[in-house]
Write a protein that binds this ligand. Structure first.
Ligand code: FRU
Length: 453
């Protein structure tokens, strides 16, 4: 069977999978199978394009690794547009990995990593056995794509790197284009490669950024932008040691403000399920989508896997720079999903909860499963097995206000107008809210996105 036939066969299950009772209603999900990183985010000619890492053949992420594609005029009604990138050339035999999009006057350019793994027991797949090709793919209309062009191959990268180099994020500048790639230096140190190009096709290495001291062994999914006068370098580092309030997940993701050093690094999200985000500018705002998932974790998503799918993206979050700290809040469009106000005691799995004037010592029990404790520090703790092995997360933040978005099996919690965010998956049985303490609370039932498959 051809790759197109394999995907079509897997997608015959869309009607069954989309009826799963754990499916989120206002988050983007894989139509079937597995989803990971957001890719190619852009607003081009009046349409938001959200591509994503997609393995339609299996909810565990095995089989073909493609780019799936959603499009929307308003971030609320979405159309699934099928697979945009198939790994159908030798340069991407083991997956069309993550990358980005650049909208031009008359075409859309996708830049991504073609992953190739040579099959032999002798390889360690770090210093050998693996190729990462930087590939360009163009489209005249944003939906159908033309011929692929390999821009950089393994011998083109600097010799101080291992074979782990990937995830090109390209953007236009006044004089041309800049591309950042994530990588692992020999000696196991994370780094970003920065390239320049005049035409978007011929890229020249400008610098390698690896920080003042070692900060993890690999940096995935880099991003680079200026917001409110500061320059932010975003990376998803692997191998940063766990701390009480930081780096509690298997891997991390966050940003350096101005200089790349550990003291300047802030995590995007302190929950259990967040990794490999990407940002884009839509003409008026910088918006981030994250992958609401995390690889190599000691907990699972067996209930969604049993329904034939796994993982989702986060809500689109608008970023604001407050003195070098990036605050994240769902884009204002999401407020249009609010329906009627409902009491805390009502059983409803799709809601937004607004909390204000939270007195220290206040506790909140969400869906009989997730306990939030407010005080000098904030704690999120599972008190039932709805977390599938997820346990406790903490942050050193005194939260006075919060917005909680519960969407069937995904919860996003925004503290103090987006100063700290926690994203976690859960599989609850009963969806009430119990308040123990003092705060103002308003709860709205939420509509889902309008999604057309
Ligand atoms: C991050 C990542 C990327 C890679 C992609 C493959 O989650 O490992 O570095 O391109 O996933 O799916």
């Amino acid at each position: 069977m051809t790759q197109r036939e394999l995907v079509a066969k897997a997608e015959e299950n869309i009607p069954r999978v989309s009826a799963g009772k754990n499916r989120c209603r206002y988050h983007l999900l894989p139509p079937v199978g597995w989803m990971n990183d957001p890719n190619g985010l852009c607003y081009w000619k009046g349409t938001y394009h959200v591509f994503f890492q997609y393995a339609p053949q299996s909810a565990e992420g095995t089989g073909l690794h493609c780019w799936g594609h959603y499009a929307s005029p308003d971030l609320l009604s979405w159309k699934y547009c099928g697979v945009a990138v198939y790994p159908d050339t030798p340069e991407e035999a083991d997956g069309a990995y993550s990358g980005s999009a650049v909208g031009e006057e008359d075409h859309l350019s996708l830049y991504y990593t073609g992953n190739v793994k040579h099959k032999d027991k002798k390889y360690d797949y770090i210093s050998d056995g693996r190729e990462s090709n930087t590939i360009l793919l163009r489209s005249q209309n944003g939906y159908t794509f033309g011929k692929k062009q390999v821009l950089l191959r393994t011998p083109d990268y600097p010799a101080e790197f291992t074979r782990h180099i990937r995830d090109p994020k390209v953007q236009k500048t006044e004089s041309g284009y800049t591309m950042v790639l994530g990588g692992r230096l020999k000696g196991d140190r994370g780094a970003v490669l920065v390239y320049d190009s005049a035409n978007g096709e011929d890229f020249k290495l400008r610098e390698v950024i690896s920080g003042r001291e070692k900060f993890g062994y690999m940096w995935e999914c880099p991003d680079l932008f200026t917001l409110g006068g500061d320059r932010f370098l975003c990376v998803s580092p692997q191998g940063v040691p766990h701390e009480k309030y930081k780096f509690q997940s298997t891997y991390s993701s966050g940003y350096f403000c101005e200089e790349a050093c550990a003291e300047n690094f802030r995590e995007w999200d302190a929950g259990f399920d967040f990794y490999a985000p990407q940002t884009f500018f839509d003409g008026s705002r910088r918006i981030l989508f994250g992958w609401a998932g995390m690889p190599d974790v000691p907990y699972d998503n067996q209930p969604s896997v049993a329904e034939g799918w796994q993982h989702s993206l986060t809500l689109p979050r608008e970023l604001t720079n407050r003195n070098g700290v990036l605050y994240q809040m769902p884009v204002r469009e999401i407020e249009r999903l609010r329906r009627e106000e409902i009491p805390l005691s009502q059983d409803c799995g799709c809601y937004e909860l607004l909390l204000d004037d939270i007195a220290p010592g206040t506790k909140l029990l969400l869906s009989d499963a997730l306990e939030l404790s407010f005080g000098e520090e904030f704690e999120l703790r599972f008190v039932s097995d709805a977390g599938r092995g997820r346990d406790v997360r903490r942050a050193d933040v005194h939260a006075r206000s919060a917005r909680v978005f519960m969407d069937v099996s995904l919860c996003e919690i925004y503290l103090n107008d987006g100063e700290k965010v926690f994203t976690t998956r859960l599989y609850p049985q009963k969806n009430t809210v119990v308040l123990n303490g003092s705060c103002k609370a308003v709860r709205y039932a939420m509509n889902g996105y309008a999604i057309e498959y």
